[in-house]
Design a protein around this ligand. Structure first.
Ligand code: SF4
Ligand code: SF4
Length: 166
């Protein structure tokens, strides 16, 4: 009798729809996802760390690393919206479950380091050129500012017109 019942169950299961749901391949609208950083773009400015309300992000400029504690993140996307290089994004997948409060650390890429060094070098060169131009201008027209400084005192018109009845 038990064998007949088992056989019926097998036949039923073979020709009926699965009782479980398939894993959804697309995340539902409104899924917040989790923070991802493109280390090719990140300049380690630290703005995301300052803006994060839960202090989940740490930036170490000396070590050239960017770290996040996923379990402290509340997916508010404040860091994403404030990143000047748009290197942060909300990856549309759920955070992996875990039992330990881990810190995920990412190293700034060689490409980003090179780009940042080039930017800093260009900024230094611009500052040096501006300082040299200013020095040259001061050397050429050093007397001009002194002559202009005397100009307001030489114009007594406002004082004379201050009280026309006198
Ligand atoms: S992720 Fe964006 S805001 Fe954060 S340190 Fe990098 S460049 Fe700056
Ligand atoms: S999404 Fe919000 S809580 Fe998470 S790291 Fe960014 S600023 Fe912090």
């Amino acid at each position: 009798m038990a064998i007949v019942s088992f056989k019926n169950t097998v036949i039923h299961n073979l020709f009926s729809k699965p009782k479980t749901r398939k894993v959804e391949k697309e995340y539902p609208q409104g899924t917040r996802g989790h923070v991802e950083n493109d280390m090719d773009l990140c300049i380690l400015c630290g703005l995301c760390s300052i803006k994060c309300p839960t202090h989940a992000i740490t930036v170490d400029k000396a070590e050239k690393t960017w770290s996040i504690r996923p379990m402290s993140c509340i997916q508010c996307r404040c860091c994403v919206d404030n990143c000047p290089k748009k290197s942060l994004s909300m990856g549309l997948r759920f955070q992996e479950p875990g039992s330990e409060k881990v810190t995920k650390t990412f190293k700034q890429s060689e490409k980003a380091i090179a780009a940042q060094e080039a930017l800093m070098k260009a900024a230094k060169e611009r500052a040096a050129a501006a300082a040299a131009a200013k020095a040259a201008q001061a050397a050429q027209g050093g007397a001009a500012p002194a002559a202009n400084a005397a100009a307001p005192a030489a114009n007594p018109a406002p004082a004379a017109n201050a009280n026309p009845k006198e």
